[in-house]
Design a protein around this ligand. Structure first.
Ligand code: F6R
Length: 620
């Protein structure tokens, strides 16, 4: 969702901000803008549309300076217009801000400010904050010693924040406090990059990569004051904070496309490597178990667990469903998978023997964070399976497991899904070996897991045939995705991938459920994608395929090489390597990712930046 970037130092700030905004594009946005402090005045350039359009505007109307802030906006309050784009100026130009999040009490604040004579130029909640800041700044200037503009600016921020209800990550520039950026957060992430005589601030680390490796993750209720040569952080209630500087592990190549036309394709092809990374150092072949440090629970505590709750959104929720099957099969632990958006408002029975895991690529999804906080508030240890190091969920969780998949930039999640499933398999193995899972079974699982990077490499060989099949089917407007047991979540994930990047209606279902409703949709214009590799229940799924064929529905099957039975019925078959049933989600996800990619391309869609979607959903 919205992205923030800010800089104070010695570099030409407009170029740097535009580059930062380009790097934040993957988060999803519809307009962009920058504000630069130039010759003691604030200059704003902003417009609805792509960052490239903003860059063209800045080229025709350049703005020089070395302090500035920038923003990519994903509309919440007010349509996609130039006026609603950030930055927003407050008062008579005393302050300019960019903001991520949602101010819930903006309506009443807007009324109060209008009564005081403030004029609004946009429909956004952010402009309310800008005017409040300006108003407060003018008040504070009268109160502080020697009309100290820096002191007044900080006090204005502190006073304004007390009046806001909702979530925010804010960066502000004050026209008269010329060498300062003030940043504050509550609910929306901000990371500060520490350089030599320069500081960066951004909503995630991508704009910082290549400039600095030293970062400070701002926590909720903290306010950072950045000057060229120093930084100070205060907590709104507990005062001064000693910044904890961490090392950023990302390198430039992680966020570059290389030879790939899209991030999605790059990330699909990274999966042999990302799965290897998820497994690295975590398999104990001798003992036939997994090695999972970082859960911060003793073996005794882990053995006393009698239930697992996995909570997540979207693709991560689908990975959770695979996790449920794995944990119940290997560890015999009753497992529930909860939509985080539901869990946060429900009151399910969770006891001290329940292990709660939040599953999230970004570590910033608002609902997942809220669900995790709600569980923690009730006193339950809550762990995370997360990709982004330093993200809010990773930092707030009581422990957890990192995916080590590297940055996922394509909005449609691909490599994070397979890494999440890999990590959940390790978790099930680990907890299983503490319970009922036998030594030989543990050894076999270790062996099978080790083969996965190679199997994924093999699965990627279906690419050409998927491309041909996509050409045949790209014109259809409704799809069914069907699978059973471990392949039911894969069917859900395949349908989601198609929906989100090609805007085609697709439904995922357990194959046998089809007869209870969705079969009514089957006709010559509704292809069914069956995920039907060899498994114990395959004959049943094959019967479901027959049922679709009998109703003239086109059938695309994901199946194992040489499966004559499937070939006989399906119109088109995409082959995946044979693996154990519990590992089939990993190989079967690959052709479905590629299918959605090619169908989207053929329909002229922007696969990396699908409409209306955001990479990290930081609002409720
Ligand atoms: C789909 C997709 C989303 C995310 C969901 C959760 O391709 O990317 O459905 O999976 O928004 O995001 P994270 O995993 O970052 O919490």
């Amino acid at each position: 969702m919205c992205g923030i970037v800010g800089y104070i130092g010695f570099r030409s700030v407009s170029d740097l901000l535009l580059e930062g905004l380009h790097r934040l594009e993957y988060r999803g946005y519809d307009s962009a803008g920058i504000a630069v402090l130039a010759d003691e005045s604030i200059v704003v350039r902003k417009r609805a549309g792509r960052v490239s359009e903003l860059a063209a505007l800045v080229q025709t109307q350049p703005v020089e300076g070395t302090i500035g802030i920038g923003h990519t906006r994903w509309a919440t309050h007010g349509g996609t217009t130039d006026e609603n784009s950030h930055p927003h100026v407050g008062g008579n130009g005393e302050v300019v801000i960019v903001h991520n999040g949602v101010i819930e009490n903006y309506d009443s604040l807007r009324e109060q400010l209008t009564a005081l004579g403030y004029v609004f130029h946009s429909q956004t909640d952010t402009e309310v904050v800008a005017h409040l800041l300006a108003h407060s700044y003018i008040e504070q200037l009268k109160l502080v010693e020697n009309s100290d503009t820096h002191a007044a600016a900080l006090k204005a921020v502190e006073a304004t924040l007390t009046r806001l209800k909702g979530t925010y990550g804010i960066c502000a520039l004050f026209r008269d406090a010329t060498d300062t950026i003030i940043a504050a957060r509550s609910g929306s992430p901000l990371v500060i990059g520490v350089g030599r005589d320069e500081y960066f601030v951004a909503s995630d680390a991508s704009p910082l990569v290549g400039y600095t490796q030293e970062v400070v993750y701002l926590a909720d209720s903290e306010i950072a004051v950045l000057r060229r040569d120093n930084m100070s952080i205060t907590h709104r209630t507990s005062g001064s904070v000693q910044p904890s500087i961490q090392t950023l592990e990302q390198v430039s190549s992680d966020i570059e496309l290389g030879d790939f036309p899209h991030y999605m394709l790059k990330e699909i092809y990274e999966q042999p490597k990302t799965i290897e990374n998820a497994l690295r150092g975590r398999l104990d072949d001798e003992e036939g178990t997994a090695v999972i440090g970082g859960l911060n629970l003793t073996p005794q505590q882990l053995r006393s667990i009698d239930r697992v709750v996995l909570t997540a959104c979207g693709t991560s929720w689908h990975a959770g469903l695979v996790g449920e099957y794995l944990l119940e099969e290997f560890a015999r632990l009753p497992t529930e998978v909860e939509y985080a958006s539901e869990l946060r408002y429900r009151n399910p029975p969770i006891t001290e023997r329940t292990l709660v895991f939040a599953i999230t690529q970004s570590g910033e999804t608002a609902d997942t964070l809220a669900a995790m906080r709600e569980c923690r508030r009730k006193g339950h240890p809550t762990l995370a399976i997360c990709n982004v190091v330093g993200s809010t969920i990773a930092r707030e969780a009581d422990g957890g497991i990192y995916l080590h998949a590297g940055p996922e930039i394509g909005v449609a999640s691909t490599k994070a899904f397979t890494s999440q499933v890999t990590v959940l398999t390790l978790l099930a193995l680990y907890l299983g070996r503490m319970r009922h899972l036998s030594y030989p079974a543990g050894k076999r699982i270790c062996r099978e897991l080790r083969q996965m990077p190679e199997k994924i490499e093999e699965a990627l060989k279906c690419h050409d045939s998927v491309k041909e099949i996509a050409e045949k089917y790209a014109g259809f407007d409704n799809y069914l995705y069907l699978g059973r047991l471990y392949n039911f979540p894969v069917a859900l994930e395949g349908a989601l991938k198609l929906k989100e990047i090609s805007y085609i209606h697709a439904e995922g279902y357990p194959a046998a459920e089809m007869k209870h409703g969705p079969i009514a949709l089957v006709d010559e214009r509704t292809p069914s994608v069956f995920v039907v590799p060899r498994c114990g229940i395959q004959p049943k799924v094959i019967s479901n395929m027959e049922e679709v064929k009998a109703r003239k529905g086109p059938v695309i099957a994901i199946a194992c090489e040489g499966d004559r039975e499937v070939e006989r019925i399906a119109d088109d078959v995409i082959y995946v390597p044979e693996v154990a049933e519990y590992l089939q989600p990993l190989v079967c996800a690959i052709p479905l990712q590629l299918l959605s990619y090619h169908v989207a391309l053929l329909r002229g869609c922007n696969v990396d930046r699908p409409r209306n979607l955001a990479k990290s959903v930081t609002v409720e």
